[in-house]
Design a protein around this ligand. Sequence first.
Ligand code: SF4
Length: 92
Amino acid sequence: MRADRCNRCRFWNEDMSARDPNDENFGFGQCRRKEPVLLQPLAMMLLPKLEFGQQVDPDLDVTSLTCASVWPATGATDWCGRYEPKGGGGPC
Ligand code: SF4
């Protein structure tokens, strides 16, 4: 029986530059099962610096928000309970 794992999951977006064509167990990719996650420490670094006495909360522009957001990264043999095989139907 084949194991359910990321490199056999329909939501896995493999990084083709980091794969070993001779070893299917070695590789890295992004899980696209859910939306990207905003990394708070990265977002804080991209916030404009306030001048002393400035009373408004700064907003991040859309480019900075995009740069501070990431897809979860997984290895080829990682897995989770939301696994769905490649070639399966759409999300339920
Ligand atoms: S983390 Fe889960 S849903 Fe995402 S690619 Fe791996 S098995 Fe699939």
